[in-house]
Design a protein around this ligand. Structure first.
Ligand code: EPU
Length: 463
């Protein structure tokens, strides 16, 4: 341990620490094996919020969104909307959005390239204005992430779509400039494509049926938001969504659902530190696959009240996991679960089927003593008796959470770098963990070398 601590100290400016502020901080320093206790509040769902913010473009009146998480991704989506001429006013977790005057239909490349979800504005822009110019978002840390399904669906609804110089140009021909209802079958139940097409269909002429639609709770949340604005949508949450277009939508006041992935991450925080903690608000049904897998591992999750869970840890045993579209096990929980399985007795197999490059955290967990082999889309995890703290680099948002979880359970000190990922999607993670008793803090790195993670520097975001 002493040798490892020296190595860590060498990479940090411990002799001459700079003032630690959120703005200049670039690593989380975690002292492991500290038990957690108490209660944690779960924030609003990032992925609902991003889609709903895009959805406000459909409405010619003010909308109020409540329970908005305070995240870098949300700030970026606000910038995208603002660049389109939308007026935004944020007070704590409430955002007022006035999309009555959209200045133009072109989303700026610099912003879309930093936040993949901002591509989703294409559907509402096209439906409302009859025209949209949105740069292709490009690939990201976890996969190529094409948008062909979004584009094909819009074409089926009568849009003329072409890609020129990296920009998707979409236009609706005809006097009225309105999309037309269509029967759309998605080759894959893509969350983003379902959301884009569902939003576009709310203002189209006639009926749209999306088959093999994504069933994620965030899709349902977006549908409920659109319905609150007067959209006619049924079937959201099943694999067939039917939308009957209306001429216009109206103002609404809407609260976002709790973030199931943040909640799942805290369930694992309890399990991996062998600590009993509670969390709320949550919608337990949204966590069914995660709670079921925790049960197989030996961790009980009790529904204490309709929106409150308690995690009761136990001896950890291996299990197998395969990520799938909802209601299957979420890819956004795969990395965190892998951290838990590194300490579970026996051999586990994790199969990632949703994204082709979402096992990059394996190398970092291995630096902490985990025994993991990767074969194609499978990771074979052999449980080890302990992890040891090490400097590690977050490779994407959920990987960063996994490394923090591993750090909480490891012997000695862990330094998690690449925090721009964490800040994109977890509201105040370290404060919430500190309030549970965890020992961790942000520190300024002495040598913040770009070589640490060149890919991240080239293309830093993406959800
Ligand atoms: N896909 C295609 N063609 C398309 C669209 C998607 O092949 O036109 C493929 C993707 O390449 C991927 C799979 O379909 O292999 C799933 O992608 P999907 O479109 O469902 O994902 P997304 O909408 O881009 C959202 C979340 C992700 C989450 C996935 C899956 C948002 C803003 N992002 O992405 O969240 O992992 O659904 O549930 O809603 C995260 O929060 O960390 C995150 C990455």
């Amino acid at each position: 341990m002493i040798v490892e601590d020296r190595a860590i100290n060498a990479s940090l400016s411990l002799k001459n620490p700079k003032p630690l502020t959120k703005e200049n901080a670039s690593a989380l320093q975690i002292w492991g094996k500290v038990p957690l206790r108490g209660h944690v509040n779960i924030s609003g769902a990032k992925n609902s919020a991003l889609a709903i913010m895009a959805g406000t473009l459909l409405c010619g009146e003010d909308c109020r969104i409540r329970n908005l998480p305070n995240l870098v991704d949300i700030a970026r989506m606000s910038q995208v909307l603002s660049a389109l001429g939308v007026k935004l006013n944020r007070q704590n977790n409430t955002l007022d959005i006035d999309s009555s005057h959209i200045g133009h239909s072109k989303a700026p490349y610099e912003l879309v390239s930093q936040l993949r979800a901002s591509f989703f504005v294409i559907g509402p822009l096209l439906a409302r204005l009859g025209s949209a110019r949105v740069p292709l978002p490009g690939g990201c840390a976890i996969g190529a992430r094409p948008v062909a399904l979004h584009v094909r669906g819009l074409q089926a609804m009568g849009a003329d779509v072409r890609i020129e110089h990296g920009i998707v140009h979409a236009d609706v021909k005809g006097r009225e400039g309105r999309l037309k209802g269509a029967n759309i079958y998605l080759d894959y139940p893509s969350v983003g494509a379902t959301e884009t097409l569902m939003m576009a269909a709310t203002l189209a002429q006639g009926e749209t049926i999306i088959d093999n639609a994504a069933q994620e709770p965030e899709v349902v949340d977006l549908a409920n938001f659109c319905r609150a604005m007067g959209a006619k949508i049924r079937g959201a949450g099943t694999n067939t969504i039917t939308i009957v277009g209306v001429p216009r939508l109206h103002s609404t006041d809407y609260a976002i659902i709790p973030d199931r992935i943040e909640a799942g991450t805290f369930l694992i925080a309890g399990a991996i530190t062998q600590s009993e903690i509670s969390l709320s608000p949550v919608l337990p049904d949204h966590l069914t696959p995660v709670i079921a897998k925790l049960g197989e591992v030996g961790v009980r999750v009790v529904v204490e009240a309709p929106n409150r869970l308690r995690v009761i840890p136990g001896a950890l045993k291996a299990t197998d996991i395969k990520t799938l579209p909802y209601p299957g096990f979420p890819t956004d929980m795969q990395a965190q679960f892998m951290a838990l399985l590194t300490l579970s007795e026996g051999n586990s197999v994790i199969t990632e089927t949703v994204f082709e490059n979402r096992l990059r955290h394996v190398a970092e967990l291995s630096r902490m003593g985990a025994d993991i082999r990767v074969k194609g889309q499978n990771a074979i995890v052999r449980g080890v008796p302990f992890l040891s703290g090490a400097p590690v680099m977050a490779t994407d948002l959920r990987a960063s959470a996994a490394l923090v979880l591993a750090g909480l359970a490891a012997e000695g000190m862990t330094i998690v770098k690449g925090l721009h990922h964490l800040d994109r999607g977890y509201e105040d993670l370290e404060t919430k963990l500190q309030n549970l008793g965890a020992k961790l803090e942000r520190v300024q790195l002495q040598e913040d070398s770009e070589e640490d993670d060149p890919k991240q520097t080239a293309n830093p975001v993406l959800s």
